[in-house]
Design a protein around this ligand. Structure first.
Ligand SMILES: Nc1ncnc2c1ncn2[C@@H]1O[C@H](COP(=O)(O)OP(=O)(O)OP(=O)(O)O)[C@@H](O)[C@H]1O
Ligand SMILES: [Mg+2]
Length: 268
């Protein structure tokens, strides 16, 4: 396969009617104490195809969360456009769910109330709250935990609540920022498989941030790779049949290939 072919839209995500979210030339600088202005995103382009599972892979501090924050509107870019279906869009025009690096649950509210709080913030009619809360807690395997409090849940369970909360608002696009990085590998593997089941069943579009190459290969249709200069230096399709198995040698091979590219572009 040539590099040009490799970067064509992936077969699994084509054929959907949902328009691609297109980011073009996104530039973001931050003022840092003692360092002056630093360039965090240097002309980043990114296409999130409707229905695709897309990963954003890069080392710590390269600007992954900043890019997610630009998409969600928590940070405003200095330059660059976001378009969908040929039109400029602002974050408020998008139907987004955001799962942060840490679960960010309200400890004084029950699990169900945490989800209802998100539904209320999105102006979802109260008559739908209970049905949605029950349905999505069930989906992430926490059907019995609605009346429990977050402080009494394990880290993996808290992340499941955060996933249920994002799903409950029924967004088109789900942004996930290293949601499993603080979990042990056994729990993380279970959650990745559950996430893929939900992605397929609910026909969502997912943009998933990680610095774990194996995780990106296991999950994604295609992967964007960032370096520490704030540049998106490659987009690579995974091209491994689903459902994927962790012990499939094709996964290890793809991981090695991508690691080599990182080594050339990131590790100095
Ligand atoms: N609000 C802010 N003000 C100033 N600097 C910021 C701000 N947010 C992020 N930065 C800086 O921007 C750079 C990129 O941060 P970002 O959080 O996007 O990295 P990341 O790729 O998500 O890293 P990690 O994998 O560790 O989460 C870092 O140097 C960080 O200190
Ligand atoms: Mg981050």
């Amino acid at each position: 396969m040539t590099a040009a072919e490799e970067n064509q839209p992936s077969a699994e995500s084509s054929g959907t009617s949902v328009d691609t979210l297109e980011l073009r030339n996104i530039v973001k600088r931050f003022e840092k104490p003692g360092q002056g202005e630093i360039l965090v995103l240097d002309g980043v382009d990114l296409d999130v195809e409707g229905g695709a599972f897309v990963s954003l892979l890069g080392p710590s501090g390269c600007g992954k969360t900043t890019l997610m924050n630009v998409i969600s509107g928590l940070v405003t870019q200095d330059q660059g456009t976001m378009r969908r279906g040929g039109r400029d869009v602002a974050p408020g025009d998008l139907s987004l769910g955001y799962i942060f690096q840490e679960p960010r649950l309200l400890n004084w509210k029950t699990v169900s109330e945490n989800i209802e709080f998100a539904l209320e913030a999105r102006d979802i009619p109260e008559s739908e709250w209970q049905e949605r809360t029950d349905r999505y807690l069930e989906m992430v395997g926490l059907g019995d935990e609605g009346d429990n409090y977050p402080t009494r849940l394990s880290g993996g369970m808290k992340q499941r609540v955060a996933i249920a909360r994002a799903l409950a608002i029924e967004p088109e696009i789900i942004l996930m920022d290293e949601p499993f990085s603080s979990l042990d590998e056994i729990t993380a593997r279970d959650l990745r498989e559950e996430l893929l089941d939900i992605w397929k069943q609910e026909e969502k579009t997912i943009l998933f941030v990680t610095h774990d190459i194996n995780e990106a290969v296991f999950l994604s249709d295609y992967i964007y790779m960032m370096n520490t200069q704030g540049e998106m230096f490659a987009r690579r399709n995974v091209n491994i049949d689903r459902p994927r198995q962790y012990d499939d040698p094709a996964i290890a091979q793809r991981e090695t290939e991508l690691y080599r590219e990182f080594h050339e572009n990131v590790v100095h």
